[in-house]
Design a protein around this ligand. Structure first.
Ligand SMILES: [Zn+2]
Ligand SMILES: [Zn+2]
Length: 343
């Protein structure tokens, strides 16, 4: 696989300045499909949902499709969602010129969707984990199952012992021991993708770096191959306290579901506070909610045709059981709206 096919999905602000040229030229997953836009594309770009946001969050007529009986469901859910605010100077949308992906554009783009052959989300455990980290990955697998209403399975664990010294380093300044993420994708994951895999994502407790010029990455994926690796190294120490555990869990849930969203050809969301917002740094990703906005939810519903009520019930129960009260409350409020709708 060529390096150009590999997409860095989450990067940290401290490295942005040194890698902007690289990220603009090589790594932006959306560049070839989207026209160049102005510095604040989410304001200047004309598209129905941006306009909807400006017009008190009303869905536009041209987005309605009578062939979809649940169409107004998404419109009803809008009242729970906050438009994305102006980015700070180091935030994703200040650094990456993304025009967004309206629903109509998504369904016309021939997005990747599961079929009879490729219908399972696979998760690989890569390297060693503490008991708490392992528990968090197992919970994340369960959550991904509920989020996408798709079967999730684990592959056999993959050892990092086979990683050669040329794909390892100790960071010259921070002294973090790191694994080369491109090596993991090409040499450890791609050869073991199961036949019925829609995608394969690996979680590792090792720190990752993607090559020369980078300090580290949270994760990296090949969208063409639908294979990725995500590190929980920088998600906090879940053994330190109950709060740290919850924080590590929430971060891992967000990363796992966000990155799998890209596997279904979802671009970053520029419309509302949404799990599919891009993040340039930890504070920004911590601000991002665990839920999807109605625009992204509608895309996913088109791709997967799940039962919206069942999904929200499942997500609410998971969030409640794991002390994620803000998310539990949000999922319950979404459910209350859906349950008021006529059949
Ligand atoms: Zn992303
Ligand atoms: Zn969204």
């Amino acid at each position: 696989m060529k390096f150009k096919q590999v997409i860095i999905t989450v990067i940290y602000s401290v490295i942005i300045a040194t890698v902007m040229t690289m990220s603009n030229n090589i790594i932006n997953p959306f560049k070839k499909k989207t026209p160049p836009v102005s510095r604040h594309p989410y304001i200047k770009t004309i598209n129905p949902y941006t306009d909807a946001r400006m017009q008190k969050k009303k869905m536009p007529e041209q987005e309605k499709d009578v062939s979809q009986p649940q169409e107004d469901v998404f419109e009803k859910l809008l009242e729970l969602h906050q438009p994305l605010s102006e980015p700070g100077p180091f935030d994703w949308l200040a650094q990456h010129h993304e025009p967004g992906q309206p629903y109509s554009q998504y369904i016309e783009s021939d997005p990747a969707v599961p079929d009879k052959q490729k219908r399972v989300i696979y998760i690989a455990l890569l390297g060693e984990f503490s008991p708490e980290q392992k528990e968090i990955i197992e919970k994340t697998a369960r959550f991904i199952d509920l989020y996408y209403q798709m079967p999730v399975k684990f592959t056999s664990p993959i050892s990092l012992e086979a990683v050669p010294s040329r794909a390892r380093r100790v960071h010259p300044q921070t002294r973090d021991r790191q694994i080369l993420s491109t090596y993991v994708i090409e040499n450890l994951l791609q050869p073991v993708v199961p036949d019925d895999a829609f995608c394969l994502i690996a979680f590792t407790a090792a720190d990752l770096w993607p090559g020369q010029g980078w300090n580290f990455v949270f994760g990296q994926a090949s969208m063409e191959e639908r294979v990725g690796v995500w590190s929980i190294y920088r998600n906090g120490d879940p053994a330190a306290s109950r709060d740290e555990y919850k924080l590590c869990l929430l971060r891992t849930l967000k990363t796992g579901t966000h990155e799998i969203g890209h596997m279904f050809s979802l671009y970053h969301c520029i419309y509302f506070n949404c799990n599919m917002n891009g993040s340039n740094h930890r504070k920004e990703s911590d601000r991002r909610p665990l839920w999807l906005c109605p625009v992204c939810l509608k895309k996913l519903h088109w791709a997967l045709d799940f039962d919206l009520v069942q999904r929200y019930e499942d997500l609410r129960d998971f969030a409640r059981d794991n002390g994620l009260s803000e998310s539990a409350k949000f999922f319950q409020r979404s459910l209350s709206i859906l349950e008021k709708l006529p059949d």
